[in-house]
Design a protein around this ligand. Structure first.
Ligand SMILES: Cc1cc2nc3c(=O)[nH]c(=O)nc-3n(C[C@H](O)[C@H](O)[C@H](O)COP(=O)(O)OP(=O)(O)OC[C@H]3O[C@@H](n4cnc5c(N)ncnc54)[C@H](O)[C@@H]3O)c2cc1C
Ligand code: FES
Length: 271
């Protein structure tokens, strides 16, 4: 049985703007830095803004267990993330986590193919840190609207992953969606049984990925970014439609408790 996590007050070490709309926040907590795996998230209460009632979920971006720090990468969207941009080093945040499950790494994995759209890149560096330690071949397919939206490119270059970029405006990499170069790559992939795709991005991209994985026969896991309330299975506020009823008859999984990582073939995108 899973024990309920207690919220912790976590010192902020830095909160830095990295693109026109994206920020990188560094937080200090030994337990979260030590316990988290790629795909998990924290649920953050933003105390500086009284109008924001619910915590906001963010994937754990990187960890440094030796220093007891972890980071989040977040895009400024609405009230909660705007409030988060005003948080300064030396202040503290009330955080619940790590929550949810992780991307899986089975012993037969030979190549991890990471596919990210926009801020969907956020949960992957932690998973990549893990894969690098286990000498797994890593290919990253990263799409954005324009080159000004890309984050973490230095990290990918330093890590030595096989990096493919696409932008909708053609300002960097392939012009169009990242699924086009990905499809070309999968069609010529020599070792399909040893490969697994890991996806995070906007819903239309996930729906396209489902088609593409079915057509090419490469299995995929997806991290969903369904809106959330409590973050631990109590409010039923994060339903994810399933292709087939679960063993208890439910037609929905809960993103916070059953995910946020799911097998792509298990979930439906038509609602
Ligand atoms: C498991 C999980 C992990 C996440 N990880 C990250 C991350 O690492 N980095 C990051 O930037 N974001 C991440 N998100 C999304 C992030 O939680 C939302 O962007 C954030 O809660 C928005 O809060 P807000 O108060 O700024 O926006 P709000 O004021 O609540 O909303 C502003 C607008 O954005 C829409 N919106 C809000 N949340 C979402 C969402 N999840 N998907 C689509 N539309 C939404 C609302 O409908 C509204 O129109 C994650 C979400 C989940 C569920
Ligand atoms: S967010 Fe409350 S049940 Fe998932």
């Amino acid at each position: 049985m899973k024990t309920l996590k207690k919220a912790v007050v976590v010192p902020v070490l830095a909160n830095v703007q990295v693109t026109h709309d994206t920020w990188h926040i560094t937080l200090e907590d030994k337990q979260i830095a030590h316990d988290s795996c790629g795909g998990q998230f924290v649920n953050v209460f933003v105390p500086q803004n009284n109008g924001v009632l619910w915590r906001r979920p963010f994937g754990i971006h990187t960890t440094d267990p030796d220093k007891g720090v972890f980071t989040l990468l977040y895009k400024q969207i609405g009230r909660g993330t705007t409030a988060l941009t005003t948080v300064k080093a030396g202040e503290a945040l009330d955080i619940l986590g790590p929550l949810g499950n992780c991307f899986t790494h089975t012993s037969d994995l030979k190549e991890a193919i990471i596919v990210a759209g926009g801020i969907g890149i956020a949960p992957f560096p932690l998973f990549i840190q893990h894969l690098v330690q286990h000498s797994v071949k890593i290919s990253v397919f990263y799409g954005a609207r324009s080159k000004i939206d890309f984050c973490c490119l230095d990290f990918f270059r330093q890590t030595g992953v096989n990096l493919h970029l696409a932008t909708e405006d053609g300002s960097s990499g392939h012009k169009g969606f990242i699924t086009a170069p990905l499809l070309a790559y999968l069609q010529t992939l020599p070792d399909k049984p040893g490969a697994r795709i890991y996806v995070c991005g906007p819903t239309p991209m996930l729906a396209k990925m489902k088609e593409l994985c079915r057509d090419t026969g490469v299995p995929a896991e997806v991290s969903v970014e369904t809106m959330m309330g409590c973050g631990f299975g109590a409010c039923m506020g994060c339903p994810v439609p399933l292709e087939n009823p679960a063993s208890d008859g439910r037609l929905y999984a809960l993103a916070c408790k059953d995910g946020p990582v799911f097998n792509l073939e298990e979930i439906r995108f038509d609602e």
